[in-house]
Each structure stands twice: as structure tokens, then as C-alpha cells.
Design a protein around this ligand. Sequence first.
Ligand SMILES: Nc1ncnc2c1ncn2[C@@H]1O[C@H](COP(=O)(O)OP(=O)(O)OP(=O)(O)O)[C@@H](O)[C@H]1O
Length: 707
Amino acid sequence: MIQLLCCRLSTTAPSQSRSFYSLCNKTGDKWKLSRLYTSSGPRAYSSSQQPSSAVSRIWSLTQRAFRHSSTRSNNPLGLKFLLGPAVLTVSARLLFHVAYCKADKNNNTLVEVTAKVPIPDFKWHILWEFVKPQLFALVCAVVLAFGAAILNIQIPLMLGDLVNVVARHLRENTGNYISEIQGPALKLLGLYGVQGLLTSGYIILLSRVGERVAADMRKTLFASLLRQDVAFFDANKTGQLVNRLTADIQEFKSSFKLVISQGLRSITQTIGCFVSLYIISPKLTGLTVIVLPCLVGAGALIGSFLRKLSRLAQEQVAKATGVADEALGNVRTVKAFAMEERELQYVDSHLDKSCEMNENLGTGIAIFQGLSNMALNCIVLGTIFAGGTLISSNEMSPGDLMSFLVASQTVQRSLASISILFGQVVRGISSGARVFEYLSLQPTILLCGGGRIPYHSLTGRVDFLNISFSYPTRPGHEVLKKFNLTLPPCKTVAVVGESGGGKSTVAALLERFYDPTSGVVMLDGLDIRTLDLSWLRGQVIGFINQEPVLFGSSIMENIRFGKPDATDAEVISAAKQANAHRFITSFPDGYNTTVGERGVTLSGGQKQRIAIARALIKNPSILVLDEATSALDAESERVVQEALDRATRGRTVLIIAHRLSTIQGADLICVMSNGRVVEAGTHLELLGKGGLYSDLIRRQKAEGHHT
Ligand SMILES: Nc1ncnc2c1ncn2[C@@H]1O[C@H](COP(=O)(O)OP(=O)(O)OP(=O)(O)O)[C@@H](O)[C@H]1O
């Protein structure tokens, strides 16, 4: 509990929701509050509790938690003083959250809670795994940084010796000045040299450690993201995932390096220099102890305000960049709607705002710097003034005053950097926690492991047995309900039906993008969950969908994506099967033509034929065509359809079709409605029935889609 509340004092807002949860855990009222505070993002919450009674309940829980913690026998004296404000802050935060609850207008019950997304735990053992390989370099860096800090403490004292020599020479005007100053000056020079070397050494080592740890984290995180289920990508935005790979790791790396370099140095220097100050002059030190923390505190306060301004300004710049990025990314749509002027105005308004914020920030920094310069100079003046008085009463030498001045400046710099560091540590820990969250996330559908059916005995028969399914992101909405379908070996089965009826979902289940909520999908009589998924997707099933996505590399590489070890001859043969060879060789660079970002330099039909070649190169036993021609014009559709007709020969084929004219030759047509198959037969049989299929044909004829 103590740890929890202390940690609460030093963490940022989002993590508090987890603290509340733990708090209630301890007091045995886990259920009610866990429902309030462990949800990520807005979530519907129904309770018979009135909002006001929820507030008072939370308040009394918090008080109980406080009593519970402060009466425990192992709670040392004085901790109550720490816990008191902490508990009050927690309570205030709870009340603040409850204030977010929106009361249902009709029955005044608590219906929605806008809960903050809880920050995941910072997992030290995961950090240890990344740091372990760099341990030797890290220990060396720490030793060097510590050494540099110790030498830094010596510098003021040696400067004092130097000044004492100068002062003595001025006072007594005897002896050889050069030979007297030589010794302390050379010592100081040597110290500067060694200190410089140690500083360079630890910075080199630390940057090596930081970069390697960050690179390892990026690689591991990327591998972990790629391993995740498709459902994970349904629930998380790509931009946010990329942000964890880039910005969060960058932030964590900076904090990690700063804590070791600046943190270690500043703490050592502060302690060491304070000891020096005390040895030089206890009286002056007493004065410094009063003045310095006040100034550093004020500086830290203004500094944190400026950092907040800077963050807001950066966010505004990011917003402007995002808007510009979206406009440029969708430039064709912008041009097609002649929206250039409006997009320009939109971006301009964001840029103006960010310009204004940055100007304010600039003014803030200028005032801060002016004030801090003044304060620093006043400290120097005050020290010289007070020190001069002590010199005049022979309580101090001029060299001591010099040492004192330099040491107090070092303390002040160190304290300032510790205060900045504190914020950086909090940010670093939350960034690290966000990265580690996905590192330890295990997918439910594993890519490797499981059996394989030998190629010569694989028939390609697929059975969907009693499948019920809801998407994980929409658990309440059942898309398939006791769905049954068989794809006989080497036959073509077409699934048709109303839009949103679950046709593509059937294909997604066959690819095992998701597992059914109940029921089984079988391949050759074996549950596909028992089969090796990388074999199933990589060698057995070829998938072509409505919007083929190509990578921004050459045509050759795009086709080879289907079979990485394919020879050039195999690529060309697949392209010929897909009716793509002619148009590819008509390009000046042939198969080496780069296709632009997501294949933007190709027509829809050309992209689709490359996608067909990419699917065919792996010689799949089962081919899934999910509305493969529906985005094409009549001529492209004809060419692509020709390629598809050739491609489907001798394979088990599942066609998800919108245009019924393209599937009349299928061996079996299944009509889906309300998540299950309601009619099945050949084209003629279904027409004869005069049911839903005939209705669909009639509707498409009326809309001019059916020929
Ligand atoms: N990733 C997803 N997460 C949540 N719901 C989804 C997801 N994909 C589809 N759905 C929902 O599942 C239902 C079935 O979608 P599906 O794409 O299978 O329909 P469809 O019959 O192929 O439609 P269309 O002919 O328009 O392509 C729809 O209500 C849709 O909104």
C-alpha cells in the first residue's frame, strides 16, 4: 500500500487508474471499482448505483484504505504524514473520474465512464533482458561517469589553491610566480584532461549501450507486433503501433542515457560539492542551503511550465504535419474534388496556431533566461559580498572564496539537472512500459507448430462445421450463426448474398485470421487449428482480394513475395498464368519496374493480375477469391477473369462474389443470409427455385450490373 501511494505521488495521470484498482483490491471491494477503472477507453457501465452514492462509496473506501494502511504494525511513525496527502490526492482523482461519469437522463443511473487508458506496468525483468548483453559496457560507463563526477568535485578546491597562490604573490610580492603557480596549474590541467577523457569515455560507452538496447527493443517489438493476431490490428491503430516503435523507444532511450549520465553525475556532484562547501565555510554553506533550493525550485516550476508549452507546441506541429500528410497521401481524392484550396486553408490554420504557440514559447524562454541570468549573477554577487566579509575577518582566504563560488555553481547546475531529470524519468518509464506491454503480448493464434499434410495426399477439401463467430472487437454482434459449408476437392464454390452478410468473414476464418467462437473449420478432415499455420497460409491457401496491396518494390519482388525462393523463371511463369506477362514486358524496365507506394503506378487490373501471379506462384491447393474483380472496369474484369479461370483449374476454389454474372459457372453457389447458408445449388437449380438467388439476380439486372 505504502509503495502504491508513494508511486502514485510520482507518476503521471493515466497510471492512477491502476492505482485505484489496487487500492480497492486491498480493501476487498475489488469488484465495483475494478469495473470502473480497469476499462481502457470509454465503456458502457451500468449499475444500480446513483452517481452520488458512487462518489460517497469511493470516498469511504479511500478513507478505509487510509485507516487500514496507517494502523498496520509495520507502518513506521511519520508515514501517516506522507500517506495523508497521498490518499487525499488519490481520492480527489477518484472523484474527478466519477465526475466524468455521465448520468443517464431517464433513470439517473451511471451509464458511461470515461476512464483513462491504464498505463501498463514497467517490467524490469524485460529491461534486464535487453541490458544484460551490454552489461560490461554499461558498468564501465557507470564507473567512468562516477570518476568524472568525483574529479569535478576536486576542481573547485584546486581552483582555490591556484587563486591562493596568486593572492599570496600579490600580497607578499616575493618568490618566483611562475615556479609557484606551475605546480597547482599543471595539476589542474591534468585534472581537466583526465576529466575530459572520462567524460568522452562514458558518453561513448553510454551511447553505444543506448543505441544497441534501443535497436534490440525495436527488432523485438517489431517481431512481436508481426506475430500478433489480425484481431490485435483491428483493435489498435497502425499509427499508434508505429509510434511505440519509434517515439516511445526514442524517449525511453534518451531517459535511460540521461539517468545514468546526468543522474549519476549530478547526484554525486551535489553530495560531494556540498561536503566541500561545508569544509570551506560552514557559515556560507548555511546561507546557500537556504537560498539555492528556493531558486532551483522556482526555476524548476517555470521550467516545467515551459516544457508543457513546448509539448503543446510540438503537438500542434504534429497535428499540422498530420493534416498535411493526409492531404498529400490522398492527393488524388483532393484533386478529384478540387479541394486544394480548402486543404491549404486547413493546413495553414494549423500552422498559424503552431507558429503562435512557438512564439509564446520563445517569449517564455527569453524571460526565463533573463531571470535565471539575473538570479545566477545575484548569487555570485551575494557570495562575494558575504565571502568578502568573512575574508576581511580572516575567516576565509580568497582561494576558499573562489572554491566556494565554483562549487556552489556546480551544486546549482546539478540540482537543476536533477529536477529536469525527474520529469524525464517519469516520461521514460511510461514510454518503456508502453513498449514492454506489446513485447510480452502473446498471440492467441500461433504461427508455427502443428501438423502438415503431405503434399501428395492433400485433397483440398474444406468443411465449415456449425461455425458461430463474432469479431473480437464486436463481441455482441454474431456474424456467423451455425454456419455450414463444404468445399469439395478441386471444385469451385461461390458464396453470394447481401452486403455485410458475412461472406468475407468465411474467407477470413479459412485463412485463420480469426478462430471461430464455436464450431470447426476442417481441411481434409483435420481441424485447421491443429495444423501448422505458416504452412497453411504459405503453401496451401492462395488469397486474392478486392484491393490488392503491392509493396513499393519491383514487379519481380512483388510476385516473389508469394514464394521467396522462387527462380526468375517461376516468377515469369506465374505472371504468364495470371495474364500479366504481356503488360509487364511492355514496360521499359520489364520485371524490374518499380510499382510505387502500394502499387500506385499500375492500373487496378494490372495490380490485380500481379496479385494473382503472387498467389499462384506458391501453387496453392486452395484458392480464395474475395470479390477479386469487383473493383475493375469491364475490360480489366474480362482480362482478369480470364486469368482467374485459368488459375482456378484443378484447385479447390472459394469465390466470394458480389457480381453474380461472374460465378454462373461455379460448381456450387451458396446464398448467405443472416450469417448462414439459406440456399445452395447450381445457377440453374437456384434460378428454378425462384428464391433469394433469383431476387439478387433480378436486383442486379435492374441496377445494370448483371449481363
Ligand atoms: N474486422 C472486423 N471487426 C469487426 N466487425 C467486422 C470486421 N470485419 C467485418 N465486420 C462486420 O462483420 C459483418 C460481416 O462483414 P463481411 O465483411 O464478412 O461481410 P460481406 O458479406 O463480405 O460484405 P460485403 O459484400 O459488403 O463485402 C459486417 O457487419 C461487418 O461490419
